[in-house]
Design a protein around this ligand. Structure first.
Ligand SMILES: Cc1cc2nc3c(=O)[nH]c(=O)nc-3n(C[C@H](O)[C@H](O)[C@H](O)COP(=O)(O)O)c2cc1C
Length: 266
């Protein structure tokens, strides 16, 4: 049985590793409290995107990513743990139970979270093979979420919806102000999306990338500009986290039907 000092050290390391987690607009909307033998995860609602994420779904997924990274850090040190998800706050409580054998795969996983980052360069034209898609679906399920690779028709529907959403956002001053607060330029605490992570111009993809309303300094780079001009070969997927509350299914009134997809993609 590990002593309290060892346990606390592991919990501090786990909270530290969570800094590598992706989060909506890099808001990092979480706070950890390290108790003697447990780690508590809280949402920081001051960092919720009130306009773009009014129901805090993206905030919750971001906190889930942080929890995932903390778990990976514990597993990399051979820790076993239980996780409670209380109905209110904190969002989650991690209780390490015992430390044992270190699985080399867990170490590799830990190394990978430290080099992972969001890449907003133009996607390449390489096809994602069915084997890779199947593996992604499987690991997502193992993590308690669902990954749904989109059919060709669904990709087109998504592309049309995203295009209309982008247009609506571009004329919404509240969205623009909120995006400007988190993207481009500089801010404290290493939060927000730096210019170096934003493309110089929006890349050409079937489903438009989020337009943060500001041009960054990220160049396309070799190997990332080979997608065809009408890149219908890309295979986006939808990820659905469990327990995230209701999902709105109806489109806002006035939105055109999917049949208005670009001719190249029909
Ligand atoms: C729930 C969620 C939604 C996100 N949505 C977008 C998005 O629409 N467009 C985008 O470019 N990045 C998106 N991201 C990526 C974040 O901007 C990115 O994780 C953050 O800037 C930190 O950078 P990193 O992933 O390189 O560590 C999202 C991340 C999360 C967790």
């Amino acid at each position: 049985m590990a002593d309290a000092t060892q346990t606390k050290r592991a919990l501090l390391q786990a909270a530290d590793a969570a800094r590598f987690a992706p989060s909506i607009h890099n808001t990092q909307p979480w706070r950890w409290v390290v108790r003697s033998e447990r780690l508590e995860l809280f949402a920081v609602t001051d960092r919720q995107l009130q306009v773009q994420d009014p129901e805090a779904h993206m905030l919750l997924i971001s906190c889930g990513a942080a929890l995932h990274h903390a778990r990976v850090a514990l597993e990399a040190e051979g820790w076993q743990y239980d996780i409670d998800r209380p109905a209110g706050t904190p969002l989650a409580v991690v209780h390490p139970t015992q430390q044992g054998h270190i699985d080399p795969a867990a170490r590799r996983h830990f190394e990978q979270i430290q080099v992972r980052h969001t890449d907003r360069r133009t996607v390449s034209g390489d096809t994602v093979t069915q084997d890779v898609l199947d593996a992604l679906v499987k690991v997502t399920e193992q993590a308690g979420a669902r990954l749904h690779p989109l059919s060709r028709d669904q990709v087109i529907e998504l592309a049309v919806l995203v295009e209309h959403a982008q247009k609506a956002e571009a004329t919404d001053e509240r969205v623009q102000a909120e995006a400007a607060a988190w993207a481009g330029g500089g801010r404290n605490e290493g939060t927000g999306i730096p210019d170096a992570s934003l493309p110089q111009e929006l890349p050409l993809t079937t489903v438009a990338q989020r337009d943060f309303g500001t041009a960054g300094t990220l160049a396309a780079g070799s190997g990332h500009d080979t997608a065809p001009a009408t890149p219908c070969s890309t295979v986006p997927a939808m990820i659905q986290a469990t327990g995230c509350g209701p999902v709105r299914r109806s489109a806002p009134s006035g939105w055109p039907p999917p049949s208005t997809a670009p001719a190249c993609c029909r």
